[in-house]
Design a protein around this ligand. Structure first.
Ligand code: CO
Ligand code: CO
Ligand code: CO
Length: 320
């Protein structure tokens, strides 16, 4: 955020100026601290599922850095007018996800609020120099994505009863999936840059990576994995989250739309994600090794969606 003053501290390895997912601070030559925070209002009705998704989302920013999350603090806003059992379910969902990740929840803070909100601040560790940032993608890199997109559209449709149970479940399964296994593969193989796809949508996060790295990007829509059922909801029924329009308004000046794309495809590519997959920029020579490693680590979606290109204006080209 531009309102914050610039910090220059030799131990701050990743700060606020690259739009990175988490801050990285060197403690010793062997150890750096990784810190991040995320929270949001309910995106699904079931409180347990909401808690678990929010925790997976909070942990994701540590994984995107190639780091190991250790400790978490709950951040909770909850209306005093609602039953405490609902809050207990939210926290249970978060706690179970933390256990799955091997992370200890060691505290937190709750306030009274009209609308519930839940998330975590997460602390992790990485060896200094091994942190992966948003800012080192190189022209020629292959872009890999590890989850299909469309969770924003589906959860928006579910709120007005328009998403079938099967479609909603597909989105929930994606959002509940930790990026841990994908991150293990990324660390093992070594990549140039990595981020997770969340509120700014695929194009927003891709542009942020291109911009921070001083390169451009080209993706092929036909290669982008989309959760089955999203197209019908977003394009045929027009059930699009508010964030889609905001993402388009903010980022479209950087996007060049190619010929032969389906009409209204921007509704898919700007769809804001919750607990989305990793977007990885890997040297071309390592791409097939990484694809293999991701699959070996049990990552179900491994999609090569495009490549980084030389472009000092950091444009994102979308082709059919
Ligand atoms: Co992130
Ligand atoms: Co975040
Ligand atoms: Co307190």
């Amino acid at each position: 955020m531009k309102v914050l003053p610039q910090i220059s501290d030799p131990n701050l390895l990743v700060g606020i100026n690259t739009g990175d997912d988490a801050a990285v601070y060197r403690l010793t030559d062997e150890l750096a601290l990784v810190q991040t925070v995320d929270f949001f209002p309910p995106i699904v009705d079931d409180p347990y599922t909401y808690g678990a998704i929010s925790a997976a989302n909070s942990l994701s920013d540590v994984y995107a850095k190639g780091a190991t999350p250790l400790l978490a603090m709950n951040i909770v806003a909850f209306p005093s007018t609602q039953p405490r059992s609902v809050l207990a379910e939210i926290l249970k969902g978060g706690s179970d996800k933390a256990v799955e990740a091997g992370v200890l929840i060691v505290g937190g803070h709750t306030i009274d609020d009209v609308e519930p909100k839940y998330g975590m601040s997460v602390t992790g560790l990485v060896k200094p120099g091994c942190e992966i940032t948003n800012a080192k993608a190189k022209a020629g890199d292959v872009l890999l994505l590890t989850k299909p997109i469309g969770t924003g559209t589906i959860t928006t449709a579910a709120k007005v009863g328009e998403a079938s149970e099967a479609v909603l479940q597909r989105a929930v399964d994606q959002m509940l999936t930790l990026n841990r296994d994908a991150a293990h593969a990324v660390v093992e193989v070594g990549v140039n840059a990595c981020t997770d796809v969340t509120g700014f949508g695929l194009l927003g996060h891709l542009w942020a990576m291109a911009k921070a790295s001083g390169v451009g990007a080209r993706i092929h829509y036909s290669k982008v994995p989309v959760i089955e059922g999203v197209w019908e909801l977003a394009v045929d029924k027009g059930l699009i989250p508010g964030g889609t329009g905001r993402n388009a308004a903010y980022h479209d000046q950087h996007v060049v739309w190619g010929k032969g794309l389906p009409n209204l495809v921007h509704r898919i590519l700007y769809d804001p994600q919750t607990s989305g997959g990793l977007l990885i920029s890997v040297p071309k020579a390592k791409a097939s090794r990484l694809e293999k490693a991701l699959k070996q680590h049990g990552v179900k979606t491994v999609a090569a969606i495009g490549e980084m290109i030389a472009d000092p204006e950091s444009r994102v080209y979308v082709e059919a």
